[in-house]
Write a protein that binds this ligand. Structure first.
Ligand code: BGC
Length: 764
């Protein structure tokens, strides 16, 4: 019997038997029974110099060449990180006009992080990975883990908040979920891309302590625990000093070809064996790109988003200029072989992995995953007099006010913009849920940005309204007077200078006339609920006038359904803030001390011609709650905060020992009881406080958390275990993590400010 047929009969995959069948003829690189490293070596040995150089740079906006002669496929990348980007033309940002590339938009990463639930993160990665695989993409350009340093950063919505531990815990399952689909997660933007203003020219200076303790841990976890197959260099520059034979050398290099970040830390310290992809247009120097660890160059001579020089691919820094340097003997081929080996490894892990699944696109399960993540990430910030959840038994009329109740939020914001199969607006979500049980009346209240287009994807909404601010306000007040509930949906949107790539926000305040509208609505209706749709903290001058405030994020396709579930109480909110809401901008370290958005004098003299602008992170390790704690500032809403519709009671926390040694662990246990009448989830947060150390340390740092589900009346003992890693700090002189014996405290709370108990312990 024919071997192949026999194999199928036995239920074996053809790919699995191919190698044994054709042992003599099958080249090693195609033999999937062979270890990847052997296949990489073999493929490399068969390639010409030209073929190798070609693989290191793009051939179109989102792809790079394979080796057609050897049957090695092209590499196809897609944004990321909230859904699969629609297909663009070969060499243009415009839509390719496909009709089969609409996706599910998942909640923005700030919302995912706000679930404080790694299971949600895995669900997210698995679902988006399936969509990427179905669309035949090999690299998903995400997730993003740049630390939330300032609430003005236009791209915070694409990241996982201000805390290195929380982002690390949340990024790992996302990557695993994606990569199980044979799609590489490309973690971005490595590193120090903490603002959009001057993103190509800002040169970051910071201590190694801040680098290692705050800005790198999530990337490190992505690489070492998540096993990420790709990482994206950032646009900004980073300055570092290096010991050389001729003494200390000070170097300033773009992050996409920064020796310290890529060679010293990523490759040597962390052992990364994946591909370093440049950000689109982030490469500026052939020599640095050759020798400092970049593998693939994308988007040169584009601004990364819209403009671009046509068909410049042969002129890329790693294209003809590289080939020429090798041909004339200026540089050797060692680095080239390393780059191509990394790329081949990625190809064998993705497109040439015969065991990868087939994926699925915009399935009902994906919609439900988005909804579930959204419901778990929505944060109930304030709920005076238990205004929420809305009680339909008491409601005849619900007034809905605000542009964000109807505006599509999946289009815009930069490279994460999507073409969705559907997007349920907050207003539609509410109407669907309320049905005929009450009247839901909508009026606009204010006009923000009525436009809705990105790279040819149109929302198709006509949001123009020429009435004056006063007229719109008067109408909103009128409708709200006799309503049983008023829900204001406002916040930011995805337009420039809001939650949007390539620009930062101008201020912490809400744009348009929203503060005025909210203030007036609060005067006429005591059941006012404000839902803030944003990926960033906003100022809330009306916080004492408004009983109920909800952080509604950008929730994607199922936005309206998820919000309605929470507002009506079908889902009990359990999200916790992944970043601090400061009361004022001056309450943020980067604004009080740091040089944001760059050295003032240099900014004043810069003619916006690409001059480098230096920026010192003077607040150092004191980012987010670490700053607020140190300065004893009361935030508007603290890191880790989020309420529930049920109530919880907490026991006195205890430890399994009083003294631990460096190779020991220590466990803390606290009892949590649901004392209300409905099921709910609570997040127990463990912060560690070092009582005495040779270097200044934050008052406390998050080192553990657990989300628990409790039925009414149910009580659970929650145990969190740490080891000496949780007690250590980075000593930049010794260049190592240090743990100093002495006294510590485990600070256990349900936010960084709502502390339920403190357990002292000692490290010996
Ligand atoms: C962004 C990246 C994105 C890339 C490709 C750049 O402008 O910074 O995050 O993945 O474009 O769209």
């Amino acid at each position: 019997m024919n071997m192949k047929f026999k194999a199928t009969l036995l239920g074996l995959s053809i790919a699995a038997v191919l190698p044994t069948m054709n042992m003599a003829q099958t080249p090693v690189y195609l033999d999937t029974s062979k270890p990847i490293e052997e296949r990489v070596k073999d493929a490399l040995s068969r390639m010409t110099l030209e073929e190798k150089v070609k693989m290191t740079h793009a051939q179109s906006k989102f792809s790079s060449p394979g080796v057609p002669r050897l049957g090695i496929p092209e590499v196809w990348a897609t944004d990321g990180p909230h859904g699969i980007r629609p297909e663009v033309l070969w060499d243009e940002w415009d839509q390719a006009g496909w009709t089969n590339d609409s996706c599910i938009a998942y909640p923005a990463l700030t919302c995912l992080s706000a679930t404080w639930n790694p299971e949600m993160s895995y669900l997210y990665g698995k679902s988006i990975g399936e969509e990427a695989r179905y669309r035949k993409k090999d690299i998903l350009l995400g997730p993003g883990v740049n630390i939330y340093r300032t609430p003005l950063n236009g791209r915070n919505f694409e990241y996982m908040g201000e805390d290195p531990y929380l982002s690390s815990m949340m990024v790992v399952p996302y990557i695993k979920g994606v990569q199980e689909n044979g799609v590489a997660a490309c973690v971005k933007h490595y590193a120090l891309n903490n603002q959009e203003f001057n993103r190509h020219t800002t040169n970051v200076h910071l201590s190694d302590r801040a680098l290692y303790e705050i800005y790198l841990p999530a990337f490190k976890a992505a690489v070492q625990e998540g096993g990420a197959w790709a990482i994206m260099g950032a646009y900004n520059l980073y300055s570092f000093s290096e010991d050389t034979d001729s003494g200390k050398l000070y170097k300033t290099q773009h992050a996409c070809h920064n020796k310290r970040l890529l060679q010293d830390i990523l490759r040597k310290e962390w052992g990364f064996d994946g591909v370093v992809v440049s950000d689109w247009g982030g490469v500026h120097d052939t020599f640095q790109a050759i020798s400092n660890g970049l593998d693939m160059e994308f988007g040169s001579w584009t601004n990364g988003l819209s403009a671009g020089t046509r068909n410049a691919y042969d002129n890329y820094y790693l294209a003809h200029p590289y080939l020429k340097l090798i041909q004339d003997g200026t540089v050797g081929t060692k680095e080239l072989d390393e780059k191509v080996s990394n790329i081949l490894r990625l190809i064998f892990r993705t497109s040439m992995n015969p065991h990868k699944p087939f994926g699925s696109l915009a399935s009902p399960e994906h919609g439900q995953a988005g909804r579930k993540i959204g419901e778990e990430g929505i944060v109930l910030l304030q709920n005076k007099d238990n205004v929420l959840p809305i009680d339909l038994k008491k409601a005849r009329k619900i007034a809905v006010i605000g542009e964000n109740a109807i505006k599509m939020m999946t289009v815009g914001g930069g490279s994460s913009s999507l073409k969705v199969k559907y997007e349920i607006s907050p207003l539609d979500g509410l109407k669907n849920r309320v049905g005929s049980q009450a009247e839901v009346l909508y009026v606009r209240g204010y006009v923000g940005d009525p436009t809705g287009e990105y790279n040819g994807v149109q929302t198709g909404q006509d949001l123009k309204d020429d009435r004056s601010e006063d007229e719109l306000l008067a109408e909103a007040v009128e409708v709200s007077k006799d309503a049983d509930y008023v829900i204001f949906f406002g916040g930011l949107n995805k337009s420039n200078h809001q939650d949007c790539e390539d620009s930062d926000r101008a201020s912490l305040g809400l744009p348009y006339a929203q503060d005025r509208v909210i203030g007036e609505l609060a005067k006429v209706n005591k059941n006012l609920i404000v839902v803030n749709i944003s990926g960033n903290a906003v100022a809330m001058p009306w916080v004492n006038e408004v009983p109920a405030i909800v952080q509604g994020w950008f929730l994607g396709s199922e936005a309206g359904t998820a919000l309605a579930s929470v507002l009506l109480g079908d889902a009990n909110p359990s999200g916790k803030l992944p970043f601090t809401f400061p009361a004022r901008l001056e309450d943020v370290g980067a604004h009080k001390l740091g040089e944001y958005p760059g050295n003032k004098e240099e900014l004043a003299h810069s003619k916006n011609n690409g001059d480098t602008i230096n920026e010192i992170y003077r607040e150092d390790i004191f980012v987010g709650y670490r700053w607020a704690d140190k300065e004893k500032i009361k935030p508007l809403f603290p890191f880790g905060h989020g309420l529930s519709y049920t109530t919880f009671a907490y026991g006195k926390p205890s430890a399994d020992k009083k003294v631990m040694t460096a190779d020991d662990t220590i466990s803390f246990t606290i009892n949590v009881k649901n004392t209300g009448t409905r099921e709910g989830q609570e997040v127990i947060q463990l912060y560690v406080s070092d009582k005495k150390s040779s270097l200044p340390r934050p008052v406390k740092e998050l080192k553990g958390f657990k989300k628990v589900k409790l039925a009414p009346g149910e009580e659970k003992a929650v145990t969190l275990t740490i080891d000496k890693k949780a007690l250590s700090f980075f000593d930049d002189v010794k260049h190592e993590w240090m743990t100093e014996p002495g006294k510590f405290e485990a600070v256990i709370g349900t936010s960084s400010r709502d502390i339920k108990g403190i357990v002292p312990f000692e490290l010996r």
